[in-house]
Structures are given as C-alpha cells and as structure tokens.
Design a binder for this molecule. Sequence first.
Ligand code: ACO
Ligand code: ZN
Length: 571
Amino acid sequence: MTKMADSGSSVEIVEGCRLPVLRKNQEHEDEWPLAEILSVKEVSGRKLYYVHYIDFNKRLDEWVTADRLDMKKLQFPKKEAKTPTKNGLPGSRPSSPERELRKSLDLNLQSATAPSRGKTLPTPKRKVEPVPLVPQVPPAPPVASLPASTEASPAAVYPAARETNTFKTREDHDQISSLTTNGTARRLIPSQPGRKRKANCGPTDEMIKVLQYNKPQSASVFLPPPEDSQDSSDGIPSAPRMTGSLVSDRSHDDIVTRMKNIECIELGRHRLKPWYFSPYPQELTSLPILYLCEFCLKYLKSLKCLQRHLVNKASLQNWLNPVNPAGQSDCCSCVFDQTKCNLRHPPGNEIYRKGTISFFEIDGRKNKNYSQNLCLLAKCFLDHKTLYYDTDPFLFYVMTEYDSKGFHIVGYFSKEKESTEDYNVACILTLPPYQRRGYGKLLIEFSYELSKVEGKTGTPEKPLSDLGLLSYRSYWSQTILEILMDLKPDNGERPQITINEISEITSVKKEDVISTLQYLNLINYYKGQYILTLSEDIVDGHERAMQKRHTRIDPKCLHFTPKDWSKRGKW
Ligand code: ACO
Ligand code: ZN
C-alpha cells in the first residue's frame, strides 16, 4: 500500500481514500461530490491527487491540489478490499462496483505499449491489448418480455378511440410502458390471462396498426412480440465481446490504465485533452503535447518531428498551432517511422461528398498503420472498449471537413466486415472540438445509409457509452417519428405500419425500433392491443429538433458498393 503524507496536515491520504472534492458543475457552481483518490504524486514539492468522482463519468477524473479536498469527511479504504496495483501487489482501494468486475489477468503494460523500432504497434493477430474498461452506462434492466409470438392476438383493427388518452381503466393503465430510472423503457407485463395475445399472427405478427387518428398526428399502434426482447439495445451483453476494433472488455481494470496518460494531443489546428487512457508508447506519455499528423494520424514526439514528417513545409505553418511549446529543440531521434507524408486526406476511397463533408472508406487490412493510429486516437475518448490491434476485420469510415488545406478529420466509425450480430457500427467518435454540432448524428445516419445499400438492418455494438446512448436514442427517435408522422391515411382509413416496415425503411434493427418506442413512452395498452399515441408535445418537440438538423446525409452523393466479405475467404 502506498502511503503518502499530506503536506500541511498530519492525516495520511492513501490511494483508495474517499472524500468530497471541490469541482465546478456545468453551471460553473461549486459542488463537493464524493471522490476516490486513485493516485498521489508530488510535483515541485506539492502533492497532487488523482481523483475519480464517484458516480461521475471517468472522463471527469483529474489531478487536484490538496486545497480542493474536504479532509473533514475523509474515509479510509476498507482493509478487506484489496485490489491489485500497478506492480501487481494488492492495493488498498476499496472495492467499487467497477472493480467487482475485475478479473485477475496478468498484464504486461510495458511490453504492450512499447513499439518496436520503425513500426507502429505491431502485435500478434487477435491480440487484445491491456486497455481496461469500465462500462459507463449501467446495464439497462432487460425490457420485460412482451407476449411471445405464439400468444399474439390477431392484428385486428379496433374501433378508433375518440380520445387521445386511451386509458379508461386502471387495468388498462397497468399495461403501459414505464420508464426506468436510467431512461430505458420497460413494459409492464399484462397480468390477466385474458390479456394474453393469441396465436395466429403468422406473417403478420409484426403488424402495427394505426388505430387512432382523431388528430392528424395522433396515431396508435400495436406492438408486436419481439423475438428476443431481452436484448435491450442499450443493455450490456452478459459476457464481454471479444471481437471488435475496440472490444468491450472490462477485465483489465488496471490502476495504470484507469488514469489518463496523455496530457494533450495536437491534431492539425486543434489541441485535444484526452478523456481516458490510450496505450500510446510509454515514452510519449510524459510529453506535454503529443503531435499527430492530422492526415495519416502518425504520432510524433515533437513539432519538429511533425515538420519533418510533412513534405510541404511552406504550408505547414498554417496547419500548426502557432504556439511552439518549450522543450522541442532536441528533436529528432525518433524511433518512429520518418517517412514523409503526402496525404492531405485520409487514405482509402472517398465514397461520399456533399458540400465540404466527405467520407473515406478505409480497409483495416490494407491501411493497417492508419487504422491502428486511428484506434489509438479514438481510445483517448472511448472508455468502455479495449483497443484491439488486429484491424484486418474492420472497415473505418472517416468523416472529414474540407478546406483549402485538406480534408480534416471530424470523426469516424468502424464496422466489422462481417458481423454475426448485425452490428453496423463497432465504435463511433466525434472528435471533441466538433462535438455537439450534429456530426455524431451525421455519422450515425451515414452508418444506416450504408446498411440500406447493403439491404440489411443494423445496430451499434454494445455496450454504448453514455454519450453514445444519448446520440443513438436521439437519432432513432427522430428517424422513427419522421416515419410515423409522414404516414398518410389510406383511402380515408387510418394508416398502418408494422415494426418490420419501420425497420426496413430505416435499417434500424427491430429491437431498437421497439426500445425507442418504449423509451419515448408512446406505447400504451388498450383493450388488449398495444397502442401508440403521438401527443402534441412529442410532435412539437420533434419538429423543433428536426429544424436543428441542418446537415443531412444525401443518399444520392453516396458511391458505395457493398462487398460480400464472406465470399472473399480472407478480409
Ligand atoms: N451532453 C448531453 N447531450 C449530448 C452530449 C453531451 N455531452 N453530447 C451529445 N449529446 C446529445 C446531443 O444533445 C444530441 O441530441 P439532441 O440532438 O437530441 O439534442 C445527440 O446527443 C447527438 O449529438 P451530436 O452533436 O450529433 O453528437 P456528437 O457529434 O457530439 O457525437 C458522440 C456524439 C459520437 C457519442 C460523441 O459524444 C463522442 O464521440 N463521444 C466519445 C466517444 C463515444 O462515447 N462514442 C460512442 C461509444 S458507443 C459505440 O461506439 C457503439
Ligand atoms: Zn502524415
């Protein structure tokens, strides 16, 4: 156990201690959330404490000075809770739900992160590197099973209800979907035997019928029985998935990899502050700034190295941040590849261009260095996945914004060439300078446009991060509402649509359609039928949200021919 005396105080603060720590909330007000000390270091005679705010996302972890600690409420770690530390010896940190998931895997971080001479990140095939990760979204309670298809009732059209509020009795009301505390929807299972749906749906058991149409945008639907209702789209799979460019794997919750290791990344004209650990070579982790070529994503230890890397030095100054940080003069004995870079865009094929937005398709086998560098960069902002060096089975779709200096990376998503789970996205990222400007939804929209061309439905790989869940929820909601609100009465009859049809039109996997309807709390139960009603609030909110979606993917600008990877033998 590392014991460190707190300067100016007789109390010893050790790793694993918990106490309130001062931080600013989103409104820039002071707050004192409980935090855990993950590490202690001394810089210029001053103690610094690396804190994790309990119940907050790890990206908020930070080094703080002693004056931000509320020593009066200091809790010492419980003795029995031993967790391994950096050197593998038992630590003193109390067990947390995150660490309960830990498995005792013996990891050799040093060898995993040190690159061999002249190459970036060569590793054996299918090797999973020791990047640990903790899910940031708590496992959603499984969506309660809806009646099995064998019990489904005939998809009969009921007389239209006159009122928007279709609940007449307590019994009926008991059947509605309810939102759980973590924002996922859960439907209460009908308890009365008489409410069970009967078999005979056959091919129409997916039917959603629009029953109620007393207002143009008020609709009711039947909810079909999903085949695998346990598979909530934001749920966490029972076992970690061992494939994926950034694999979901919580088994490596290591003290080193729990902490951010890169201070700052300069990428073109942006400086990025990483949120999480990323296994860049260890010798680079002490640098104040890590330089990345914004076109090939090669990492370099100094500005001078970057300048050498780039061919056209004349235009270089325009791309670089004018601030030339200290300590750059001793460049450049880099062990890294010093080949010159001619790229002004990501490698691969440009398969989409509209206005200044382009998408490049990059084959993880053909452009291995680029793909690995992209994963390393992405890992700085993705916590719940483990970096995976065999990029061969993946395609990477990089979104760029064009200006006279080149095609600047904005974000990307990766996608398995073949997915047995219908995943159409493995990892998705908008780089922080571009976040919250609609690019995430544009990436998601693009991923579904690819699925449409493939003639498939798709879903993102699980688990989703907190921000991933927000973005997908928002995309799915808008996409489905767009369809429902566009439904026109058919010969004066109420419009009808099935879950399958929504899924086919949008390429959103059926389970995600259902979970979104539940999340929106639109699904009610009335007289033995699942009914959906679009309230005015929903309609207004949707219209407002759509006005904000200025940039959309234009399918006409997509030049993409899907490959049948299963026939290729090798990726
Ligand atoms: N706080 C609250 N809401 C947010 C935030 C935030 N920090 N970020 C995004 N959102 C919401 C937006 O409000 C928006 O919803 P709205 O339009 O209904 O208001 C929705 O999410 C999408 O916003 P965009 O601007 O389109 O998304 P953005 O460009 O910010 O990208 C993304 C979203 C990709 C998830 C980004 O936050 C990111 O890269 N995060 C880090 C990596 C990550 O977590 N990726 C997802 C992992 S899951 C997986 O890989 C399958
Ligand atoms: Zn380059």
